[in-house]
Design a binder for this molecule. Structure first.
Ligand SMILES: Nc1ncnc2c1ncn2[C@@H]1O[C@H](COP(=O)(O)OP(=O)(O)OP(=O)(O)O)[C@@H](O)[C@H]1O
Ligand SMILES: [Mg+2]
Length: 480
């Protein structure tokens, strides 16, 4: 197996190309620094190799543009097969990490690749535990995110958990992490007590009542023995009422009584039982609107709405920053592909950009699914754009789109033409960049542009079919 994922070689020397091929899965060859700039910005190689024809000053200028922070994750190396007038110091001062002089030394490329891979794995493993969370508490409940919104939500969670606020209401669209937030409150307030959850949308009124409050033997047909309800089982812990807006109206009245009196009765029972648990309710509906439409009791709404915690959608400007953090976290922690165990899986810049552009109507849950799907589809240890498959919004007409499973027009030529036009459009007609995106050589790209008569204003996939079913530009593969 190759040691590195991608190497860029800025040289016309085939000997260097061969050396690079021995250590990397994909080798991108650039004839000059201008072309190299395009390639490096497009594919972010793990290593860029220059030959002796490039003076230290030119390499310095190149690195200032491509790697201004001097990140070791994008190392540069000079492999001088032929004698040069510069020495190691000249190149090191220019920001080059390694200088290999002479044929024999150039064989050390393999050792350097191994070192770089080990270093990348170590720093990624560190990132897995360090960078995802606002603080230790967030880490202990695996509440990922460093955005302004997540900071604010965690502050609210801490305030509420440390107060006596009971009940607690958590609001937010589907998949924003309401249950995660409920568990965080529980973990702060009484971590050693039980946490019990019930989905109010999943049961009929009778079953839900018996689930919440329990029943006595003989209370109804089939009640063959006494049953303890969740309000009792929760003890001094938490009872989580998920999707409270779906609770039948008659049961809402009974819940209101629990909130006011802190007591309840089993179905068919006569004894008042005290409820000492923290009651946390969640809703992805606009509860006030439900009240206006008479589907939710107003008095219950006011009782619940003391100090609501609202989880903003992932697409909101104040939470968007969480997308990359969550994506990396799911990559590192997913167990969907057992073969990735112990290996570092990362994501390309382009794939990450595709994630950042999406609106995530299914929020964090949708993002998690997309990452897990990508882990299944991707065959290398770097998730590329080709493995990012995003579901189109409901009801969208996809006919004719490039999604292989849905295309009505099965003409390969048409698909290829659209793909090329799309890549050119995306890269602002930077042909080297577009060729790298498509995984073909520039020469092939020129030939295809001519063959299909693609012009700058040729409509591409996106314009003809507004929202694509997937980010369908393939992962770049070897050029040259
Ligand atoms: N901040 C977060 N950090 C890590 N994982 C998260 C975060 N928020 C949500 N998730 C994950 O996203 C998924 C959905 O989260 P959760 O079930 O809490 O959402 P929800 O708001 O309750 O959704 P629904 O309204 O559909 O019930 C879960 O797999 C959860 O682990
Ligand atoms: Mg939920």
């Amino acid at each position: 197996m190759s040691i590195l994922r991608r190497i860029a070689v800025v040289s016309r020397n085939p000997e260097l190309h061969e050396l690079a091929q021995e250590v990397a899965h994909d080798v991108f060859v650039a004839d000059d620094l201008i072309e190299a700039l395009d390639i490096v910005e497009t594919v972010t190689p793990d290593l860029t190799v220059f030959d002796e024809s490039h003076a230290p000053a030119s390499i310095r200028a190149f690195l200032d543009k491509t790697n201004p922070t001097g990140s070791p994750a994008q190392a540069a190396i000079v492999a001088a097969l032929e004698p040069t007038s510069f020495d190691e110091q000249d190149y090191t001062r220019a920001g080059v990490s390694y200088y290999l002089a002479g044929r024999e030394n150039c064989r050390r490329l393999r050792d350097i690749a191994l070192q770089l891979r080990d270093r990348a794995e170590c720093s990624a493993a560190g990132a897995a535990t360090d960078d995802f969370f606002v603080d230790d508490h967030a880490a202990s409940v695996a509440m990922v995110g460093r955005s302004k919104a997540t900071h604010h939500v965690l502050k609210m969670i801490t305030l509420v958990a440390q107060s006596r606020c009971n009940p607690v209401l958590i609001l937010g669209e589907t998949g924003t992490g309401k249950e995660v937030a409920a568990k965080a409150i529980h973990a702060l307030r009484h971590p050693d007590e039980p946490f019990v959850a019930v989905n109010c949308a999943a049961l009929t009124a009778n079953l839900l009542e018996s689930e919440l409050f329990g029943h006595v033997k003989g209370a109804f047909t089939g009640a063959e023995r006494d049953k303890t309800g969740l309000c009792e089982l929760a003890g001094n812990g938490t009872i989580f009422l998920d999707e409270i807006s779906e609770m039948p109206l008659e049961l809402q009245a009974k819940l209101l009584r629990v909130l006011q009196e802190r007591t309840f009765r089993k179905v068919g029972g006569l004894k008042d039982i005290t409820c000492t648990a923290t009651i946390i309710a969640s809703s992805n509906r606009h509860l006030k609107k439900e009240v206006q439409e008479k589907r939710f009791r107003q008095d219950l709404y006011y009782r619940l709405n003391i100090c609501p915690i609202t989880l903003p959608p992932l697409r909101s400007p104040e939470r968007r920053d969480d997308i990359s953090c969550l994506a990396e976290y799911f990559l590192k922690t997913s167990e969907i592909r057992p073969t990735t165990e112990g290996r570092t899986v990362s994501i390309t810049k382009l794939a990450l950009e595709a994630l950042q552009k999406h609106d995530w109507p299914g929020n964090v849950r949708e993002l998690r699914n997309v990452i897990e799907r990508a882990l299944l589809l991707e065959t290398t240890d770097k998730i590329g754009l080709g493995s990012i498959v995003i579901e189109p919004p409901d009801g969208e007409d996809l006919s004719g789109s490039l999604h292989p499973a849905r295309a009505k027009d099965f003409s390969l030529e048409k698909a290829e033409r659209e793909l090329i036009a799309h890549a050119l459009h995306e890269t602002g007609w930077q042909k080297t960049q577009a060729a790298a995106l498509l995984g073909i050589t520039r020469a092939t790209l020129y030939a295809k542009v001519k063959q299909y008569n693609i012009q700058k204003h040729t409509p591409h996939g996106h314009e003809e079919h507004p929202a694509p079913a997937r980010a369908y530009m393939p992962e770049p593969v070897a050029v040259g």
